[in-house]
Design a protein around this ligand. Structure first.
Ligand code: FAD
Length: 598
């Protein structure tokens, strides 16, 4: 059955090459040629469209079932997982020493976007496995890497992240799961974790859980957390599978969306203690998690871009099909036009498209900064990229996921009443998108991270450098005749961002932390909106330049300029309205929260 989803390979390639600067990674990744990137993107597009997308709506209807034997996934998921693994997709960015292809994270991000558009529920499984691979590769012992990485990379085993407990959500430091040393180098894990994505399922032969727990006498809070590897089935020294470990799925959550992704309550140690192995140093579990948090947060941002793209495509197709009303100025009462002819429908579609392309540009730019930070041979370049990657992470996680909810909602609106009817499929995108601003650090926590950590890092150096980069881009645009208007709008917006940054920085220096945090969410929105406009403008500049070249794809390039211009004039001006919310909103939020509202 046709799903109507066509992976946007051309847009993805444009964002990679003309905006994010994928070609700048070839020094660090010699095997990354343009042909390799093309082949990978085309193959991924085929798999996403032909294998994953057709399972999206049926998986949403069917969901998962908990049986005495475990969790049975929706029809077709097991086979799709087998094909996904056999095609090597788990290993795209994984270390070659353990069977991966070690291609840049940026290319992996672009490919992941297609999985997320096609089937968010399915794509969560490899996304979490990727996180486990990164964590073990960075913090695991040689023995752990040799035993677990090849099977995770081949997809024979999948991975999960176990942080959340009923009393420990955003406050991970409140977790209570215990790890008692057995005396033979292993630990006995006991406790309950909730909301564990793909915690139990029938697609892989084993599941490798990374579990945060406390050792006896560990310090309170996040300083006393350690990370443990707890396999569902114990692994013998020669890599063969042994006895079943003492960990079970105690229940499945009934959710608003992502119905085909099993969200599990995981019970460790009902029979005395699950066997766990310490990963990295004792009490350093939180720091270990942080090293892979960047990848995970960016991966969730890309989920937002993926859903937005899918919602846009569906709405666009409907707007061409659905006839309603007459053309403006027409006197013919019999002839109705497709709704795409109506200015307000066009406005909705253009908003969806601009937000999607902007989120993609922001996330890919973040991915390039991560790759350069980790792999550039030039120490100065790596250090600068590290600062920028860290700064962009809360923006890339929060903004595209908030936008995904907005875009999916607009998608329903474009469908009118049919959008509210489940069989259309527009509603699934909205329901699925709604988790994205919540997990992997709520978007409120991203605001706290931006203000509390990122603004202050290196005395504000990364923020200053980024603001200067955007101002220089605005000045350059202002000198290019057809892009002058965009340069003016970006210049004004970045000046406002500078003002807001200084104000928040001033509050922090003066010890008025609550005032600064009261404006953290509008500040993040402002920062990300300006950054997104900056990246779209880089694309518009490249498109404008290419237009003059022989054989240029004029219609496509002109459209990229149109999208950037639309963003600059319709969305970017929102930053001016956010300034009072940042600088003056806090007083109401903090001191004058009316008693009768408490
Ligand atoms: C479908 C689904 C899948 C999930 N998958 C996983 C998984 O695989 N592994 C895992 O470990 N967890 C997982 N989670 C858990 C998820 O990460 C948490 O739900 C999330 O971190 C928020 O925690 P909480 O639900 O306890 O909300 P709370 O922490 O109670 O937050 C409630 C509200 O208070 C705000 N808030 C809390 N503290 C602060 C603060 N200090 N400053 C400002 N605002 C604050 C939050 O932003 C939020 O708006 C999943 C959750 C769901 C629903």
């Amino acid at each position: 059955m046709p799903t109507g989803f066509t992976p946007p390979v051309k847009d993805i390639r444009f964002a990679l090459d003309a905006i994010a600067g994928l070609p700048s990674l070839t020094d660090s990744f010699p095997e990354l040629t343009s042909d390799v990137a093309t082949a990978v993107l085309n193959e991924a597009a085929k798999f996403a469209a032909e294998v994953l997308a057709p399972l999206n709506a049926p998986g949403d209807h069917e969901g998962n079932k908990k049986t005495t034997g475990g969790v049975v996934t929706a029809s077709g998921f097991k086979d799709a997982y087998r094909r996904f693994s056999q095609a090597g997709w788990n290993g795209l960015t994984a270390p070659s020493a353990y069977g991966g292809q070690e291609l840049p994270h940026t290319l992996g991000t672009a490919v992941a976007e297609m999985w997320q558009s096609a089937n968010l529920s399915f794509a969560l499984c490899p996304m979490l496995t990727q996180g486990v691979i990164e964590a073990l590769n960075t913090h695991g012992s040689q023995e752990q890497k040799a035993l677990y990485l090849p099977k995770l990379i081949s997809g024979e085993w999948s991975g999960t992240m176990n942080l959340t407990e009923p009393q420990a959500g955003s406050d991970v430091g409140a977790l209570k799961t215990r790890a008692e040393p057995v005396g033979d180098g292993t630990f006995r894990i006991t406790g309950t974790k909730i909301f564990i994505t793909w915690g139990e399922h029938d697609c892989s032969e084993n599941i490798v859980h990374l579990v945060l727990a406390r050792l006896p006498n560990a310090p309170e809070g996040t300083r006393g957390i350690s990370m443990f590897l707890v396999p569902k089935i114990l692994v013998n020294g020669d890599g063969t599978l042994g006895a079943r470990n003492d960990v079970v799925c105690a229940g499945l959550e009934h959710k608003m969306g992502i119905h085909a992704s099993p969200t599990c309550v995981m019970s460790y140690g009902e029979k005395g203690g699950a066997t766990g192995y310490l990963v990295g140093s004792a009490d350093k579990g939180m720091a270990n998690m942080f090293t892979m948090m960047n990848g995970a947060r960016l991966a969730v941002g890309i989920q937002g871009v993926g859903i937005a793209e899918a919602a846009y495509q569906k709405a666009l197709a409907y707007a061409h099909e659905r006839k309603q009303g007459r053309a403006l100025g027409s006197r013919d009462r019999k002839e109705s036009v497709a709704i795409i002819e109506h200015p307000d429908v066009r406005r909705m579609l253009m908003t969806m498209k601009a937000l999607t392309e902007a989120g993609r540009a922001l996330c890919y730019a973040n991915a390039v900064a991560i790759d350069l930070a980790l792999h550039s041979k030039d120490a100065n370049e790596a250090a600068k990229a590290r600062g920028q990657a860290e700064l962009l992470i809360p923006l890339s996680k929060a903004w595209p996921t908030d936008m995904a909810v907005e875009v999916a909602s607009l998608g329903i609106q474009v469908h009118g009443g049919m959008g509210f009817i489940e069989e259309t499929g527009a509603a699934q995108f909205y329901r699925d998108a709604r988790i994205l601003p919540i997990y992997e650090g709520t978007n409120g926590i991203q605001g706290v991270d931006l203000v509390g950590r990122k603004l202050a890092q290196d005395g504000g150096a990364a923020v200053r450098a980024f603001i200067e980069e955007i101002a220089a881009n605005a000045a350059a645009l202002s000198k290019i005749d057809p892009l002058k208007d965009m340069g003016g709008a970006l210049g004004q917006a970045v000046a406002t961002l500078g003002k807001a940054s200084q104000w928040i920085g001033g509050q922090l220096v003066a010890g008025r932390v609550a005032e600064a945090l009261a404006g953290a969410t509008p500040y993040l929105r402002m920062f990300a909106t300006v950054a997104a406009a900056h990246y779209l403008a880089i694309g518009a500049k490249a498109a404008n330049h290419s237009l003059t070249q022989l054989g240029a794809d004029k219609a496509y390039l002109t459209a990229r300029i149109s999208v950037a211009r639309f963003f600059a004039h319709n969305i970017l001006p929102q930053v001016e309205g956010l300034l009072p919310a940042i600088m003056e909103g806090g007083a109401e939020v903090l001191a004058n929260f009316p008693d009768e509202m408490k």
